[in-house]
Design a protein around this ligand. Structure first.
Ligand SMILES: [Zn+2]
Length: 251
């Protein structure tokens, strides 16, 4: 974890420092080695939160876009179950940053526990995820909203475990050849039985999450009454993705 508690303060790991877990109260040791990112680790045992994923630089880069007071927030439900959310905004939105594979069951449990949640998924972890995306992107169809596309078969563009939920999933495929860092938000249309994908710059999504407007914006987009046209008037342009130029339909 990035933070432990010491004297009622959230503290970062510093070599030799000891802190306490904000969830279970156990002693935590600051791990400040050269290989892994600096973190706090439960002394002599596994993490108390079975949902906890050991963090990578990718997690930290995302979390550090937001104030540290929003990081690693302990959440409780009525039955006394507790978990540590990666990020929770003052507007009540939980953001989970997921690098590792997750099974559908755990994904669903986390969604039910946190309720107001979006996922940000590292699309750069497996090479085949990238390749699938580059191919799948070719099949996106334009909608009447700028930067929003129909995704008729999301499994052809995104890992299948992320294509069957009702919560927004943002895929992070890193910086493209033009230096743009886009996040691909996948969600279900409320008016058609299909998924849609809105492409948002990383800096913009940070703003939308921070100011609490992301969910209302996405709700607006997903509730626009429309249906995909399977043979749209194509005006194909070439866009670059991961250093390759691919054909992309724009409206
Ligand atoms: Zn703990």
């Amino acid at each position: 974890m990035q933070f432990a508690v010491l004297d009622n303060q959230k503290v970062q790991p510093i070599k030799g420092r000891i802190g306490y877990c904000p969830m279970c109260g156990a002693v935590m040791i600051a791990k400040c080695g050269k290989v892994k990112i600096h973190h706090w680790s439960h002394k002599g045992r596994l993490h108390c939160d079975r949902w906890w994923e050991s963090e990578t630089q990718w997690h930290r880069d995302w979390k550090n876009q937001f104030p540290s007071e929003w990081h690693e927030i302990v959440q409780y439900d009525d039955e006394g179950e507790k978990h540590i959310a990666d990020l929770k905004t003052p507007h009540g939105l939980v953001v989970e940053f997921q690098h590792s594979q997750i099974n559908s069951e755990e994904k669903l449990s986390r969604e039910e526990f946190y309720k107001s949640i979006i996922w940000i998924v590292d699309g750069m972890r497996r090479k085949k995820d990238n390749e699938r995306f580059v191919n799948g992107l070719r099949e996106f169809l334009t909608t009447k909203i700028k930067n929003t596309y129909w995704v008729l078969e999301p499994k052809r563009a995104f890992p299948s475990e992320w294509t069957n939920g009702k919560h927004i999933v943002g895929f992070d495929f890193g910086i493209d050849q033009n230096g743009a860092h886009n996040i691909y938000l996948l969600f279900k249309s409320q008016k058609a039985q299909y998924h849609q994908c809105t492409i948002v710059d990383k800096a913009d999504i940070v703003k939308l999450i921070s100011d609490g407007s992301l969910l209302s914006l996405m709700n607006e987009i997903s509730s626009i009454k429309q249906q995909p046209q399977k043979s749209p008037k194509k005006s194909n342009t070439w866009i670059s993705h991961k250093g390759k130029f691919i054909k992309h339909r724009r409206w």
